[in-house]
Design a protein around this ligand. Structure first.
Ligand SMILES: Cc1ncc(C[n+]2csc(CCOP(=O)(O)OP(=O)(O)O)c2C)c(N)n1
Ligand code: SF4
Ligand SMILES: [Mg+2]
Length: 312
């Protein structure tokens, strides 16, 4: 028996298997969009037949960060904005793990924004879900990077003087190889997009619109969403970068007029992931690096004693 033998075991997985035996009741407020992310993630993993032992869910800090308390798999609740670097390291150490990172708009587009840029640039093979509720939820409704200009909160009582970030355009420019936007009120689309994103080999970024009825009552999250793949007004090729960029720009402008567009925006299936690039130049082995820690006979090129000696 090795610590890795659960990976790739082929069997049907019921969605209830991701519900933890302890603390099964989520403490999100009634009507919170975060419930939909949990539901879509359970549905997607079950559809893909992923065993809980095959999955690592890494979260940031916020209401969104509670996700891995309610999803039974390997989990790592990290620091504010730091889900991506932890997820990247885990994927490099064990490429067979299905690694999903998740966090809020404050977490991923504010304090952790730099990590988003570089994870996209390097095309790490992980799925990143950003719960976008346009505020800091857990800390009671302060203005976040996605709050609209003029949005009033305790930290901006006269209204925000800043334009919001453009998450889709930023992600594409940085280098993400799969970019989509879905919404808590659109559970079927959310699950379909999550399945695609998890299956995609490379960095998949999903901007997931999640309403916060407690602290963001005037948000536009309740208006009907338009699925750009289902609507003839929006024809473009998701594999064509300039066309995707134009569609994203239109989407990020439309949101100010209360028009919420969702769907798949971009995918590049040709580009190699960071792990594949590193394997191609011989910097990391084909087998999971992490297996070496379980191999008593493995001869390390550098040992802790050698490092200590070098610093004497
Ligand atoms: C370094 C650091 N700064 C600030 C905080 C306080 N803090 C906790 S959650 C949070 C905001 C969370 O907002 P968001 O990421 O949008 O998640 P949400 O709660 O809306 O899901 C902040 C500022 C912290 N935990 N760590
Ligand atoms: S404060 Fe907002 S984001 Fe947090 S659990 Fe409640 S509704 Fe959800
Ligand atoms: Mg938020």
């Amino acid at each position: 028996m090795s610590a890795f033998n659960a990976i790739d075991a082929d069997r049907d997985v019921e969605r209830d298997e991701y519900t933890p035996g302890i603390e099964p009741q989520a403490t999100w407020c009634p009507g919170c969009g975060d419930f939909s992310v949990l539901k879509a993630l359970k549905g997607a993993m079950s559809e893909l037949g992923k065993d809980p032992e095959e999955i690592l869910l890494v979260t940031g800090i916020g209401c969104s960060g509670k996700l891995n308390s309610y999803f039974d798999s390997y989990g790592f609740h990290t620091l504010h904005g730091r889900a991506l670097p932890v997820a990247r390291a885990a994927k490099l150490a064990n490429p067979d793990l299905e690694v999903v990172a998740a966090g809020g708009d404050g977490d991923g587009y504010g304090i952790g924004g730099n990590h988003l840029t570089h994870t996209a640039r390097e095309n790490h093979d992980i799925t990143y879900i950003v719960f976008n509720n346009e505020i800091f939820g857990l800390t009671k409704g302060q203005t976040s990077p996605t709050s609209p200009k003029g949005h009033e909160s305790k930290t901006q009582p006269h209204g925000s003087a800043k334009d919001p970030v453009r998450p889709l355009s930023t992600s594409l420019t940085a280098g993400s190889s799969y970019v989509a936007r879905t919404a808590a009120v659109n559970p079927n689309q959310a699950q379909e997009i999550l399945v695609e994103a998890i299956e995609h080999d490379g960095f998949s970024h999903i901007d997931f619109l999640t309403q916060c009825p407690t602290w963001n009552k005037d948000a536009k999250q309740y208006v009907p969403y338009i699925d750009i793949q289902q609507n003839d007004d929006y024809e473009f090729d998701v594999t064509n970068r300039p066309e995707a960029a134009e569609m994203m720009y239109e989407t990020e402008l439309a949101v100010h007029d209360g028009e919420i567009l969702t769907g798949r925006y971009y995918r590049d299936d040709e580009r190699r992931s960071y792990t594949e690039e590193k394997q191609a130049i011989g910097e990391i082995p084909e087998e999971p690096l992490a297996e070496r820690y379980h191999d008593d006979d493995y001869e390390w090129e550098r040992t802790y004693d050698m490092i200590l000696d070098a610093h004497k």
